[in-house]
Every structure is written in structure tokens, then in C-alpha cells.
Design a protein around this ligand. Structure first.
Ligand SMILES: C[S@@+](CC[C@H](N)C(=O)[O-])C[C@H]1O[C@@H](n2cnc3c(N)ncnc32)[C@H](O)[C@@H]1O
Length: 293
């Protein structure tokens, strides 16, 4: 029985891993759609990066998972030398097109896990809505290895929170429950204030100092067509397969048209997490096991 439990756990872990690899490859299936539909990030985020990480003219910045350049273009506009490592070939192609005016920005196609960093370290390792797709056993340690002492890791996460067209988001749950078996029954969006600040992964690493959080809330209004396009870029939606996804999007589109006048407003919480690389030799040590003192 003990063995059964152990096997189940291993199977679960394998499934999580398989799902991560499958889902992270979906974005590049329609890079033009992603480029057209996905919003960029608030300008204040780049201002904060300038202040805490010196992101600006001459900064050497490594970006993990640049997509089609949602953050890469504003970073290049601020004068950064950007090297972006992007898994998807089609995403990289569109990113290069968007970065055509910035000779100091380069996009290479590779999984970050497999990529060989140059010898010269970076000032900043940055990743927007992409860090969680990288192997958890690799992402923090390899980011640290790419940074100069005192350099900065900066990751951006996007949370879907309550606000905007609240009635629509309550009603749309019915479409999800009809078509997406993974949707928990009665799911509701949380207020931004209820979203926990979670910096454990980086803080538990001896290679980084404390994590600082910066948060930005904003509302974006979409027409029915624009909103359905955004949903078509979500990896978990794409994973439903087209006949199911089409039916679910028809349900959502009809709800927006019939009950919300063809327009809804979505609230996003964007969170920037920043920590500095501890200089070599000064890595943090955890508490000593009791009895060793
Ligand atoms: C949700 S998109 C984010 C794109 C863009 N940074 C943005 O903010 O919209 C995730 C991106 O990370 C890329 N990606 C996923 N896993 C990766 C990995 N292991 N190494 C490099 N890129 C990866 C995907 O191909 C995709 O372009």
C-alpha cells in the first residue's frame, strides 16, 4: 500500500511536469494572435525597474520567454541591451520584427534550461509571465549564474482579480463549468488585496537577498472579439482542443453580446518581484540543524 501511495505521487508529479511542457509550447502555435491580443505592462513597472535595478541606457538585460516582445520593446526603448531567450520559434520571429528598430536587442530561440549563457554576466535577469514555465529545478539557480554580484532578478506575474465587469465574470462561470472540466464549481475572482505576496522560491535560495514587491492594478476594456482573442491565447484554454474551445467561446461571446452590450472590462493585477544577487562568498546560510551549535 505504501508503494501504491509512492507511485501515485510520482505519477502526479510526472503529470504536472508533462502538463507544464505541453502548455508552455502552446503560445507559439499562433504568435500573430498572441502579438495582437495580449496587453503589455503598465509604464510604472518600467519606472520601478529603472529605480531598483538601473534598467535604462547601457543596462545588460537577459529576458527569459520574451513572447513577441510585450516587455522587450519598452525595455529596448529605455536603452537596454536585451538578450532574449525564447522557446517558440514563431514567437521569436514576431519579436525580432517588433524589435527591428533596436540593434541592441537580440532574440535567440531556445529553452532557457538548454541555453548556454555568455561569459560576461548580466545586470538584470527579467521574465514577464514566463518564469513559471521554466523548470523549477533550474530557473533560480541558472538566473543567479547569469547575474553579476549585486545584479537583479525581476519577474512579473499577472493575476486575474475581481473588478471591472463583475457581473459578467460571475455569469461567465457557467460557460466554464459547462465546457472546462478543470474549473472548480462556483469559482469567483479574488480581490487584489487577497492575493498573497509569495517570494518564497527566491527568498529560500541562498543566492538572493529579500524580495521586494511592486503591484499595479488596471482595467482594460475589450469588445467581444478582442476578449475572445485574449482567451484564445491562454494555454489552458488552448489545451481544451478546438471543438470544445469554440463552443465555450461561443457561450462567452453570446453572453457579452446579449447581456453586456458587446463590451466588458477586465481588471488585472500585475506584480513585479525583485531581488538582488548576493555576492559570491556571501551566500545566505540556513539555520543550523539543532545540536550542531
Ligand atoms: C505567457 S508567454 C509571455 C510572453 C511575454 N513575456 C509576455 O509578457 O506576454 C510565455 C512565453 O515564455 C516562453 N517560454 C516558455 N517556457 C520557456 C522556456 N523554458 N525558455 C524560454 N522561453 C520559454 C513561451 O514560448 C512564451 O512565449
Amino acid at each position: 500500500m505504501g508503494d501504491d501511495i509512492a507511485d501515485d505521487t510520482e505519477d502526479d508529479i510526472d503529470e504536472v511536469e508533462r502538463s507544464r511542457l505541453r502548455l508552455r509550447a502552446t503560445f507559439t502555435e499562433d504568435a500573430e494572435l498572441y502579438d495582437r491580443a495580449r496587453p503589455g505592462y503598465p509604464v510604472e513597472l518600467y519606472d520601478d525597474l529603472a529605480e531598483v535595478a538601473g534598467v535604462g541606457t547601457g543596462c545588460r538585460l537577459l529576458e527569459i520567454g520574451c513572447g513577441t516582445g510585450q516587455a522587450t520593446v519598452p525595455l529596448a526603448e529605455r536603452g537596454c541591451h536585451v538578450l532574449a531567450v525564447e522557446l517558440g520559434e514563431a514567437m521569436a520571429r514576431v519579436a525580432r520584427r517588433n524589435l527591428a528598430g533596436f540593434p541592441q536587442a537580440e532574440v535567440v530561440v531556445s529553452a532557457f534550461e538548454d541555453w548556454t549563457p555568455p561569459e560576461r554576466p548580466f545586470d538584470v535577469v527579467f521574465s514577464a509571465t514566463a518564469f513559471h514555465w521554466v523548470d523549477p529545478a533550474v530557473r533560480v539557480v541558472k538566473s543567479a549564474a547569469c547575474l553579476r554580484p549585486g545584479g537583479t532578478i525581476a519577474t512579473v506575474a499577472t493575476h486575474h482579480v475581481a473588478g471591472g465587469s463583475d457581473d459578467f465574470f460571475r455569469e461567465v462561470q457557467d460557460c466554464y463549468e459547462r465546457f472546462d472540466p478543470s474549473t472548480p464549481k462556483g469559482l469567483r475572482l479574488s480581490d487584489a488585496s487577497a492575493v498573497a505576496k509569495d517570494g518564497r522560491e527566491i527568498e529560500e535560495s541562498p543566492l538572493f537577498g529579500p524580495v521586494r514587491f511592486f503591484r499595479y492594478e488596471r482595467d482594460i476594456t475589450y469588445t467581444t472579439g478582442q476578449y475572445l482573442d485574449v482567451l484564445r491565447t491562454y494555454s489552458n484554454h488552448r489545451a481544451l482542443g478546438w471543438p470544445v474551445l469554440d463552443a465555450m467561446l461561443a457561450c462567452i461571446g453570446s453572453l457579452i453580446d446579449r447581456r453586456h452590450g458587446g463590451r466588458i472590462t477586465k481588471r488585472y493585477l500585475t506584480e513585479l518581484r525583485v531581488a538582488h544577487r548576493v555576492p559570491s562568498g556571501l551566500e545566505k546560510v540556513g539555520p543550523l540543524p539543532s545540536g550542531d551549535a
